[in-house]
Every structure is written in C-alpha cells, then in structure tokens.
Design a protein around this ligand. Structure first.
Ligand code: F6P
Ligand code: MG
Length: 452
C-alpha cells in the first residue's frame, strides 16, 4: 500500500504552516498588487471591484477552513478547468485546512485563475506578473555574473567542444547553476531583500552550497547522454532568475551540440506565484536587452557586461528562430494529478499524450520543488525510500528523468540512513524547527532515473 499524502492538518509540518499562514499572505499580496491596477474604463473598473471581492472571499474561505467547492459547468467552460479536479473532489471532498496539501495548493491557483477568466477585461491578466518582474530586476548581479560566464564560454567554445573532460565539467557546472536557480522562489521569498537574493545567486554562493547537495546523480546523467544531438526537455518551474539559468544551461547544451533541441514546458495559467508562463519568456528577453531594467553603470566593465547580456538574449532568440529552443504549454502541468499519471495506461487518458511525447526525449529535467512533490506524489515515504520506488511508473516506463530540486517541502526520499535525523538535529541547533530543514530551501537534491 502507498503511504498517505501530506495533509494541511499534519501538525508541525511545513505543509500545515503553509496552508494556515502562507496562503493567506500570498492571496493578500495578490490583492494588494491588484489594487494598484487601474481599470481603463468604467466596465473594467467594475470588474476590478468584483475580482477584488472574490479574492477577499477566497482568502476568508481559506482562513475559515471552508470546503473546496467543485467547479461549476460555467467555470469549467470559461476557464477550461480540467475535469480531473471535480473527479478528485467527488471522491475525496476537501477542506482548506484539513485536506491534501498538494491538491489544495494546486486548486488554490486554479481558483484564482477562474476568478480572472470569469471577467471580460481581465481574463488574460497575470496577477503575479509584477512580483515576477520586480524580483527578476533585483537579480541584476546574478544575471550579469552568469552572462559574463557564458560570454567567456562562448569565447572558448572551439577548444571546449574538442575536450570531453572539459565538457563533462561544464555540464556539471551548468546543471548546478540551474539547480540553485531554483532557490529563488517567490512564494518563499515573500519578504526577501536585495541582499537576500544576491546571497543565493552567483558563483560564490554556489561554491559554499556544494556540500548542501545531499544526493547528486549528475555523473550518472552525463554518462547516460550521447555526446551529440540529444533532445532535452525541461519541465520548467520559476520564471525570472531560475528560467534564466535554465536557458543558459540549454545554450551550453545547444552550443556544444550535446543537444539538438531543448523543449521547455511552461504553465498554461499564472501558477504558484512565480512559475513560468510563455509570456514570461518574452518578458525575460525584453528585460535582458533593456538597460533601464538592468542598468550597468555601476559595473566595472560595463561594456563587456552589456555585450554579455545581449549575447545571451540574441543567442536564445536565434535558437528559437531555428526551432532548436521550443516552448510549449499543456494543462496537465497545472492540473491536480501527480506524475504517477504520466503513463501509457492512465485510465482516463490524462498525461498519456505527454507521456508518449516525453518518451522521445533523451532526458526530461523536472525543475524545482513542486515538480519533486508531484514526482513522489507528495507522500509520506520513509526518508530512505529508493528514488525509483517513490516515483512509481516513471521509474520503469522508459522516461529518463532528472529532478533538480532545492528542498522546500516536507517530502524527501533517497537519503542514507540517519541523515534526516542528523540534519534535523543540526537545524534545531540553529533555533529552527528540526524537521523543517527539508523545507528551508537550503539543501538540494539531484535525482536521476534511467526509466528502466
Ligand atoms: O510550500 C512550499 C512551496 O511554496 C510549494 O508551494 C511548492 O512546493 C514550492 O514551495 C514552490 O517551489 P518551487 O517553485 O521550487 O516549485
Ligand atoms: Mg515554482
């Protein structure tokens, strides 16, 4: 029998804290941001008021532990809500503060989306856009540092391509950059200062964090890839700095011909505050080229920095034009189902089409914490459970997968005996709740499965 899923009423867990404390704040922040948006005419203004009221009601429903209502036919129609939500609620009715953590959290973002989709003037409005943009802006130093790193790589590309050992070292470096890019998650950084953000980005911070990678299967991934022409998929997580690191990783793979194509899977609705929707990619390219957005006056060699930022942007654009860098969205990524549904024989067919497509990939990289939770079903596995067991069908159904996760939730598997206990003790000695080491975003895991 499978272990149960984490719940929002599991006492002392980060999940229960998230539901009680963090969700109301996240909704309130959205309300505050939306307050600043002006309706451009009377009708839009009226709808603005209605949306605000609905967001406030949602917040009070969460706080008051109301039932999660099924989506009405109207809501399903106007917001293309996947049927899987109601199917789940029919079987397992939920309340906000005593429900399945994963389901309730995903449902929350779907509810917010429905509120906007029910309007006429705001239906494509991204309530999280302004926070996504402002946090990316504060990533200036990390962004420039990585652009310079890429510029340097590009200058030496001819030599690098011939040197298999060098390629393997760089592969590990860019994987690590993309891994720690996940530490910048807006839903956790609700009060982050510029210095906080700076301290988790950049080479120095990464060096310090090397020992914080508790499981590191990067060598196995490298060995599994052919030298040339792999198709590599990224199931994206956050926009801004993390997306930027994912893109730089993909540039390295394409420039060196390790990959012939990189397929990026984005979300189809604004999601989990910071997750990538396709519009964020367009914004990122614009931002990289805009010196008002990323001013370089304070940098030592501002001309080189300028060149480097433009080089990253133009290389991305050129690969998009060549069809080597592809962006897709699919409602499966924002529906309530976990990745145990990525199989050929899902009874309702959810995930099957994607599964067949991902089978053609040489590596599917799942970025971030939420993807990790969906890979493992967000279940209360023993911490020493083997990765292949915890990811179910994906461990054996042919998909080569890699999870790059900084740990921001309660679930964790694949640890050696005793490590969870040691880390809990250490974290407690720092004045924190011991078991929350795993939700702090300070540790990370790199878990690979060859799918066989
Ligand atoms: O509650 C922790 C959380 O906010 C979850 O919602 C989610 O699992 C995660 O953090 C988001 O992190 P990431 O962006 O890495 O998926
Ligand atoms: Mg995210």
């Amino acid at each position: 029998m499978l272990p149960p899923r984490f719940r929002t009423d599991d006492e002392g867990t980060f999940g229960s804290y998230t539901a009680q404390k963090r969700w109301p704040i996240i909704i309130q922040n959205s309300i505050d941001d939306f307050l600043g948006e002006l309706g451009f005419d009377q009708k839009a203004h009226e709808e603005h008021e209605i949306i605000l009221e609905k967001l406030k009601k949602l917040k009070s429903d969460v706080i008051n532990n109301e039932d999660l209502p099924q989506f009405s036919d109207d809501e399903i129609l106007c917001a293309s809500v996947p049927r899987s939500f109601n199917e789940y609620l029919e079987k397992y009715p939920q309340k906000w503060l005593c429900g399945d953590w994963l389901f309730c959290e995903i449902y929350l973002y779907r509810r917010i989306n429905v509120i906007f989709k029910q309007s006429k003037y705001w239906l494509d409005f991204d309530i999280f856009n302004s926070i996504k943009q402002s946090t990316f802006k504060s990533s200036l130093h990390g962004v420039v540092e990585l652009a310079l790193r890429y510029h340097n790589l590009k200058d030496n590309l001819n030599d690098i391509i011939k040197d298999k050992e060098m390629l393997s070292i760089l592969f590990k470096e860019f994987i690590e950059i993309s891994l720690w890019g996940n530490a910048t998650d807006l839903s956790l950084l609700t009060n982050a200062t510029l210095d906080d953000i700076r301290s988790i980005q950049g080479a120095e911070a990464r060096k310090k964090s090397e020992s914080k990678i508790l499981i590191n299967d990067t060598n196995a991934v490298w060995d599994s890839l052919s030298r040339f022409h792999n198709r590599i998929d990224f199931v994206l997580d956050n926009s801004g700095f993390e997306l930027y690191t994912d893109l730089v990783l993909s540039l390295f793979l394409l420039d060196t011909d390790i990959a012939s194509s990189c397929i990026f899977h984005a979300k189809d609705i604004p999601y989990m505050v910071s997750d990538v929707v396709i519009n964020d990619v367009k914004n990122l390219l614009k931002d990289l080229k805009c010196r008002k957005f990323f001013p370089l006056n304070d940098f030592k060699d501002s001309q080189r920095c300028n060149q480097a930022l433009n080089l990253v942007a133009s290389t991305i654009e050129s690969y998009i034009d060549q069809g080597k860098l592809v962006f897709r969205e699919n409602s499966f990524w924002t529906c309530n189902l976990d990745y145990w549904n990525l199989t050929y024989n899902n009874p309702k067919g959810y995930g099957t089409e994607l599964y067949k497509d991902l089978l053609k990939s040489d590596l599917v990289i799942f970025k971030g914490d939420l993807n990790y939770r969906k890979l493992t079903g967000d279940r209360k596995w023993a911490h020493t459970t083997d990765w292949k067991t915890a990811i179910g069908p994906l461990g054996t159904n042919g998909i080569k997968s890699l999870s790059l996760r900084t740990c921001k939730a309660d679930v964790i598997v694949g640890l050696p005996e005793g490590l969870n206990e040691d880390l809990s003790k250490y974290w407690e000695s720092q004045g924190e709740i011991g078991s929350w080491w795993c939700s702090s975003g300070k540790w990370a895991v790199v878990c690979y499965s060859n799918g066989g």
